[in-house]
Ligand binder design. Structure first.
Ligand code: UD1
Length: 353
């Protein structure tokens, strides 16, 4: 199959970032600016990372194939990033994208368990082949470090809680297998080629801009937007399944720390990124009800194939080696997310009591 064609948006390669600069990192008004490549930059997490990097005065190059990413996610910052429409299956375009880059934050993925069950080949292309292509390009361009959005899905249904990185993985869905394969490739590229890589196992990330509209959307984005519209949310299964829901700003912190820490502490390693607390879905619905002022009820539907029952992270490894601390807890994250959907998309039918 011919690789997909990638399209440049706005700037040509490297005109905004000093791609060919010998020292890579440039000095700008005395501040040392690194060049970051964010893959999946138009997605929920990628765009949040891009905004955080810009706020810190860093140079951001972003790539996205816009399959699930949305241009609206970049509205306020598009003029300050070098944006290219690139598919991870286009190795030539990835070579161009990595030129002159210091750090790669690899967020691009098809991040859905049920979608991977429905189409395991598509899942493998995007999440495994795409990741491997990116690693080859990053290695060839001699980038300093690649940070990878790995997934807690790798733990699968192992009964022990909390999940620790030294547990044997037990992936259930094709998505979980693919994300785990990506981790193994990360470590392999460190061991075989000396490319510094760090895998961050995200646990159920949520926050502003998460797309609530797809059948594969994350549960909190769906529940919040449905409840704000006065529609009934649907719990799939008995509602006792639990998750370590992680507000997106904590994930941003973990990525930035993973770039900064000494290679000895992190290169070739895997870290949980979460809050270390969990809530079950029914409890979560009750908390949302209170925060939103929703007076309706919840429906129940059949449990999803490939679903994990419980998920909770031990975050001590990330605390010890990355200096990571979750700054925003679950309820605060929910409040911020609700406010964002309220002001950006929703006209609540149920006023707060
Ligand atoms: C999520 C992420 C995945 C990530 C993983 C890490 C999304 C879309 N998926 O998978 O990328 O790697 O966490 O832990 O963010 N549910 C309902 N009603 C709904 C939708 C979902 O009850 O309308 C249930 C699901 O059956 C599941 C739970 O909510 O039990 C969480 O589902 P979901 O938000 O899709 O996330 P995960 O499958 O855990």
């Amino acid at each position: 199959m011919a690789p997909p064609r990638s399209r440049k948006i706005g700037e040509t390669w490297g005109t905004r970032c000093p791609a060919e600069s010998a020292s890579r990192t440039i000095l700008y008004y005395g501040h040392s600016m690194a060049i970051y490549l964010v893959t999946g930059v138009a997605g929920f997490i990628g765009s949040t990372l891009a905004r955080a990097l810009i706020a810190r005065g860093e140079q951001v190059r972003g790539i996205d194939n816009f399959s699930t990413g949305k241009r609206e996610n970049l509205t306020e910052c598009v003029s300050r990033i070098e944006l290219h429409e690139v598919d991870l299956l286009d190795l030539d375009a990835l070579h161009r994208a990595c030129r002159g880059v210091d750090y790669v934050l690899h967020q691009a993925a098809i991040p859905s368990v049920p979608r991977s069950v429905k189409d395991p080949l598509e899942n493998n292309r995007a999440n495994v082949d795409g990741t491997l292509n990116l690693l080859v390009a990053a290695r060839d361009a001699k980038v300093k470090r690649v940070i990878y959005a790995a997934s807690s899905a790798a733990y699968g249904d192992t009964p022990t809680l909390p999940k620790r990185e030294d547990m044997l993985p037990n992936p259930i869905s094709p998505y979980a297998v693919a994300k785990l394969a990506g981790e193994y490739y990360m470590t392999s590229f460190y061991r075989c080629y000396g490319l510094e890589t760090v895998s961050l196992r995200y646990f159920n990330v949520f926050g502003p801009r998460q797309d609530p509209t797809s059948p594969y959307s994350g549960v909190l984005a769906k529940f919040i937007t449905q409840m704000l519209k006065g529609e009934e949310a649907t719990i799939l299964g008995d509602g006792k399944q639990s998750r370590d829901f992680t507000y997106v700003d904590n994930v941003v912190d973990a990525n930035l720390l993973a770039c900064q820490v000494d290679a000895k502490a992190a290169a070739g390693q895997v870290f949980n990124v979460a809050t270390g607390q969990r809530a079950d879905l029914y409890q979560t619905f009750q908390v949302l009800k209170k925060l939103i002022g929703y007076r309706g009820d919840v429906k129940y539907g059949p449990e999803r194939a490939g679903d994990v029952k419980h998920s909770l992270a031990d975050i001590s490894r990330a605390e010890q080696y990355l200096g990571y601390r979750p700054k925003v807890d679950f309820e605060e994250g929910l409040s911020r997310t609700i406010e964002w959907y309220r002001s950006h998309q929703m006209k609540p039918r149920f006023a707060k009591p």
